[in-house]
Design a protein around this ligand. Structure first.
Ligand code: ZN
Length: 457
């Protein structure tokens, strides 16, 4: 009997040994234009992230809050602050007594990693982060219902440091020893300097000097990855921030100010396309320009709150239960596979699963054309509106809607914004569900969804 139990444990360990590691670094109060203002000579490690990783200088914070605790709660839970899906932690103070689960359990990225048997840690330099260690400890963490029971304490280790300069050597010592599978490091220096000396992008300012200091810490994190056989070659690094900051205000609290809500987002490591723009890799996420899109806008910007589900995706783990930021784990760090990659040799016009729709049509809906048909994915029409699916980030799919009065011919193309409006969306593991309103249509009309196969660039 004992031998049997040992065998199961051994198998369970083996399953996760080769899945890689992820380190999330949140650099409190980091403005993306501070990095580009300094340039590569002063910031070799940030520029290493840019040269070897995929990134954007135009990610977004939460829509309603550009403060530390609410945004870190978003990163950790994959939820906005407010709304039906919101985590609700809307104050920037607290600690071990902060209650996250008042209206039901709010799962975290650490839950998923921990419940799958990975080791987890959080290193932070602001006392309020104890809100996270407390809400996911053995008392308040959810029971582990996934595979083996790893218990309710979702964070194997929580470290609260007084400053980055004290914490960094501890991290350098801890990581090779504990070999954390999934960890988050929070660095506070920039935010502290911003609040006391302002978010001043003059190259000689205290803030800009602190960016150079942070670059040195990043170098130490690169070193600990590359000098440890447990991390080298199999660790993904994600670097982002909770918010920016605005010169002349000594703070970042007003969420409407572009310099507060505009943030960087870097991903580096195995499987990440070098030097790539994250928006170019993700046609279904949209560079917001200088705007501040709502959380239910059709094309979402990349947000810091997508970190958790991206990290889990890189660990080959499912999304955070109940989350809604990158819940489909559709945010890609390399080129999206297209029809020809996923189904080599398959005729796009054929019908491998015999469901009456072409292989390419099934694929464009988000389905596998070689698998049994999934009827959930078919367009669903009710009076004046249609719910349709489309695959996320598929650069070879061109989608349209057409209308006919008799269901035969001719079919007229409908034009988005003019004859129909996309009013809402939901992401699933297959793709994106679009809610299409067609306001003008006469009593009787037939609508069909069309896809064309484009050449992927
Ligand atoms: Zn601050």
């Amino acid at each position: 009997m004992a031998g049997f139990v040992n065998l199961i444990l051994l198998l369970a360990c083996q399953i996760f040994v080769t899945e890689g590691k992820v380190i999330v670094v949140s650099i409190d109060g980091l403005r993306p234009d501070a990095i580009t203002a300094h340039g590569p000579e002063k910031l070799p490690n940030f520029y290493r992230l840019r040269a070897e990783g995929a990134f954007t200088d135009n990610a977004r914070t939460d829509f309603d809050y550009s403060e530390t605790l609410p945004n870190h709660a978003s990163m950790i839970t994959g939820r906005p602050v407010l709304g039906g899906c919101g985590h609700g932690l809307n104050v920037n103070f607290g600690g071990a007594n902060t209650k996250l689960h008042g209206k039901g359990y709010i799962a975290s990225m650490f839950d998923v990693a921990h419940d799958h048997g990975l080791s987890t840690s959080l290193y932070a330099t602001k006392g309020k982060f104890s809100a996270f260690s407390a809400n996911y400890d053995a008392g308040q963490g959810a029971p582990d219902l996934t595979g083996l029971d790893h218990g309710r304490d979702k964070l194997d280790f929580y470290y609260n440091g007084a400053s980055d300069v004290i914490m960094i050597p501890i991290i350098e010592e801890d990581f090779p020893r504990h070999r954390w599978d999934f960890s988050m490091i929070h660095l506070r220096t920039l935010d502290s300097v911003g609040h006391t000396r302002d978010w001043d992008l003059d190259l000689e300012s205290d803030y800009m000097n602190a960016v150079v200091t942070i670059d040195g810490y990043l170098g130490k994190i690169f070193d600990l990855i590359e000098l440890s056989p447990d991390f080298a070659g199999e660790t993904n690094l994600i670097v982002t921030t909770d918010h920016g900051g605005t010169k002349g205000t000594y703070t970042h609290t007003v969420p409407e100010i572009p310099t507060n809500y505009t943030i960087p987002f870097y991903v580096w490591g195995p499987g990440v396309k070098a030097g790539a723009d994250l928006y170019e890799l993700n046609p279904d996420f949209k560079d917001p320009g200088t705007s501040r899109p709502l959380h239910d806008a059709l094309n979402q910007p990349i947000r810091n709150g997508m970190v958790g589900n991206l990290a889990l995706d890189l660990l080959r783990l499912p999304a955070i239960p109940g989350s809604c930021l990158n819940a489909a784990q559709g945010l890609r760090v390399s080129d999206s596979p297209v029809f020809d990659d996923l189904h080599p040799g398959l005729d796009p016009t054929g019908d491998a699963n015999g469901n009456g729709y072409s292989n390419f049509f099934d694929y464009a809906l988000g389905a596998n054309p070689e698998a049994p048909h999934d009827f959930k994915l078919m367009p669903q029409m009710t009076r004046g509106r249609i719910k349709i699916f489309r695959r996320l980030n598929a650069p070879d799919v061109g989608m349209g809607l057409e209308m006919s009065l008799n269901g035969k011919s001719p079919w007229y193309p409908l034009i988005e914004g003019f004859t129909y409006r996309i009013t809402a969306l939901e992401e699933t593991t297959l793709g994106r569900q679009l809610d299409v309103k067609i306001p003008f249509v006469s009593e009787k009309a037939f609508i069909r969804q069309t896809f064309i196969k484009k050449e992927a660039l």
